[in-house]
Design a protein around this ligand. Structure first.
Ligand code: NAD
Ligand code: GLY
Length: 367
């Protein structure tokens, strides 16, 4: 459905269904979302030290326009701050500012803020509603939709958390204009992922439109964001708690999460690690006879067109394999891989011999 400048998708979860409002300059629609929300109390905004100074005042004014009180909590930005301590700090500042069971939390920022604020909303007063206002590509095409919230533990990424669906997701593509170039490129890895797992046309669009997309042309960016949200909303509606289909969204992540862990989250942004991980997954699928060299080259060229890495010459293969065995996707010692059969179609495999996995990691190093 299209309303004026915004498109609206719905995540179909029965009584917990929620809208994703998408467009350039649609931030003002926050007023309508708040006016129609069931909870009428004080609004708590969670943002980080980079996004806050850019957009928190505008969001605060929109909240005040609805006649509500507002409290803003600014946390330090970045993956290393995605820790349980932040939840206590957020709850503390919202308790001090009078938030209660009638309140709503707004997550204003990238995936780190969204995951933390969502988890705070899941815990505060045993659960209050929240609205996602994502400001990075990663958050606009992936993390703001689907209700996975949480923080990292030093021993394992995203290992403390809850499923807590937002009440609405408000995606204003105009907010991307201030996003640093490296963050933009890293986020686009997740769009390429959506093309490979579910939509060959989206993949072809990403191949053909890299120049306009990298120039942040709003018209060019609209399709990747809309299509990604449509794909993600469909998967989440079919398999909210990841009993099956939802794992397809982890294409490239079995390798990618291990790469992030081995490099202590300091070398690669999430999307950059996923880019290398997708290339490793393609090499593995080729080794297993599922795709040909043409598929691998095509996916690689598309990743490279966005300035993303596909190799890591110093990759410590054994350490990476050990990190893969520790990933929370491993069940009863069996690694799960999402592997392509064709562009736009993947399958889940738990039967891949470790020496073939080792071979794929070796190939990523030599490539
Ligand atoms: P991020 O939240 O750290 O944001 C990246 C950087 O960009 C930060 O420094 C931030 O301050 C800055 N920034 C954000 N928006 C900006 C803007 N509009 N203008 C200027 N600067 C801006 O990183 P991310 O890539 O958005 O998210 C990564 C996180 O998302 C990871 O923790 C990952 O685990 C999580 N994630 C969660 C899910 C999920 O389903 N919940 C899915 C994918 C990723
Ligand atoms: N980003 C993976 C998921 O939401 O399931």
């Amino acid at each position: 459905m299209t309303t004026g400048t915004s498109d609206i998708l719905t995540v179909e979860l029965g009584e917990r269904a929620y809208p994703i409002v998408i467009g350039a300059g649609v931030l003002e629609e926050l007023r309508t979302l708040l006016d129609t929300a069931h909870n009428k109390g004080t609004v708590g905004i969670v943002t980080d030290a980079q996004v806050g100074p850019l957009y928190a005042d505008r969001v605060k004014r929109l909240v005040v326009d609805t006649g509500r009180s507002v409290s803003v909590h600014v946390m330090p930005g970045g993956e290393k701050h995605k820790r349980l301590e932040r939840i206590e700090e957020i709850c503390g500042s919202f308790l001090a500012d009078g938030l209660d069971r009638t309140s709503i939390i707004i997550a204003l920022g990238g995936g780190v803020v969204g995951d933390i604020a969502g988890f705070a909303a899941a815990c505060f007063m045993r659960g209050i509603p929240f609205i996602q206002i994502p400001t990075t590509i990663v958050a606009q095409v992936d993390s703001s939709v689907g209700g996975k919230t949480g923080v990292n533990h030093p021993l394992s990424k995203n290992s403390i958390g809850a499923f807590h669906q937002p009440d609405a997701v408000l995606i204003d593509m105009a907010l991307l204009q201030t996003l640093p170039d490296r963050e933009l490129r890293a986020g686009l890895a997740e769009v390429i992922k959506h093309g490979v797992i579910a939509d060959a046309d989206l993949f072809a669009y990403m191949e053909n439109e890299s120049a306009r997309i990298l120039a942040k042309d709003s018209e060019a960016l609209k399709r990747p964001i809309l299509d990604s949200c449509r794909i993600k909303a469909g998967v989440v509606a079919a398999d909210e708690k990841e009993h099956g289909l939802r794992a397809n969204l982890n294409y490239g992540h079995t390798f990618g999460h291990a790469i992030e862990a081995v490099t202590k989250y300091e070398t690669y942004l999430h999307g950059e690690a996923i880019a290398i991980g997708m290339h490793a997954a393609a090499l593995l699928a080729q080794e297993l006879g599922m795709v040909d060299a043409g598929f691998v080259a095509r996916q690689r060229a598309c990743i490279a067109a966005y300035g993303l890495p596909t190799t890591w010459p110093d990759l410590p293969v054994e350490e990476t394999l050990a990190a893969m065995r520790k990933d929370k996707k491993v069940r009863s010692g069996t690694m799960k891989f999402i592997l392509a059969e064709a562009m736009g179609r993947v399958v889940q495999r738990t039967d891949v011999p470790e020496d073939i996995v080792r071979g794929a990691l070796d190939a990523v190093r030599r490539d």
